[in-house]
Design a protein around this ligand. Structure first.
Ligand code: BTN
Length: 249
């Protein structure tokens, strides 16, 4: 994929900007918008994304994944989460990096990044996708309202060039995206996603509308639903916001 990188000083949200541009003219795969500052960054599911200006990576990438069926669109979240994890693993000991379902990146028990994948679907195909990535790199202090934030630098006590992190991220996205475009078999991607998944197969506490219970994450299905097998053997399936991880710290 050929990337065209646009650095922007101040924008409401790089995802919104990417959507506006795609709506105006033919979407160009590989277009990247990187913001120094977002005034109203968007998080997953109507959340907001807060990021101190100039400290972190806040970017959006346009993809045209015509080879991915809308029904399997979770594949995009999977490959982007894995590529983000690949990048983090070059900076932080590998075993500490986890993907927290569905789209968070964790160092240990703390959130270091998030992904917001938004698709424009036309009939039975994905016309284009805007992949938004927020990665906490150099920020040291976070608002109290965030439950468990961390940055790469906060963890390692170093500072990083944001351009280097961006370059690495785009490299791994290219590798993973090209892989998915060439091999229709999604098993390897699924296996890798599960292998990197936070609390996969670990006995842990979860909270749903019926209360807190112990169980293990045993799968994520093609629609991106989380499968938890409760200690009594019952399998439960969840969409986002239907289940909470009970955090241990
Ligand atoms: C989440 O964890 O809720 C997803 C956060 C995604 C944030 C990024 S920052 C760049 C891009 N532009 C946005 O407005 N949001 C995404």
């Amino acid at each position: 994929m050929h990337y065209a990188i646009h650095h922007i000083d101040k924008v409401i949200s790089t995802n919104d900007l990417a959507f506006e541009v795609c709506a105006e003219k033919e979407p160009e795969e590989g277009t990247v918008y990187v913001a120094y500052e977002q005034t109203a960054g968007k998080g997953y599911h109507d959340n907001i994304w807060v990021s101190e200006k100039g400290k972190n990576l806040t970017m959006s990438l346009v993809l045209c994944p015509g080879f991915i069926n809308p029904s399997e669109q979770f594949v995009i979240t999977q490959l982007i989460s894995l590529a983000t994890a690949d990048t983090l693993k070059t900076l932080i000991p590998e075993h500490l990096i986890r993907i927290k379902w569905p789209n968070d990146l964790y160092i240990n028990e703390a959130k270091v990044g998030g992904i917001l994948v938004q698709n424009s679907i036309m009939g039975d195909r994905i016309e284009y996708t805007v992949v938004g990535i927020g990665l906490n790199v150099n920020q040291r202090e976070f608002p109290e309202s965030l439950p468990n934030p961390v940055s790469v630098g906060g963890y390692t006590n170093k500072d990083y060039e944001l351009d280097d992190v961006l370059k690495s991220l785009l490299h791994y996205i290219n590798v993973r995206y090209t892989g998915v475009s060439k091999y229709p078999d999604r098993k390897q991607l699924q296996d890798e996603y599960l292998k990197n998944l936070y609390r996969y197969q670990e006995l842990a506490a979860f909270k749903d509308k019926d209360g807190i219970y112990n169980g293990r994450i045993t799968d994520v299905d093609a629609y991106g639903r989380l499968e938890i097998t409760a200690q009594n053997g019952a399998k439960k399936y969840y969409n986002f916001k239907e289940v909470e991880f009970v955090l241990t710290n």
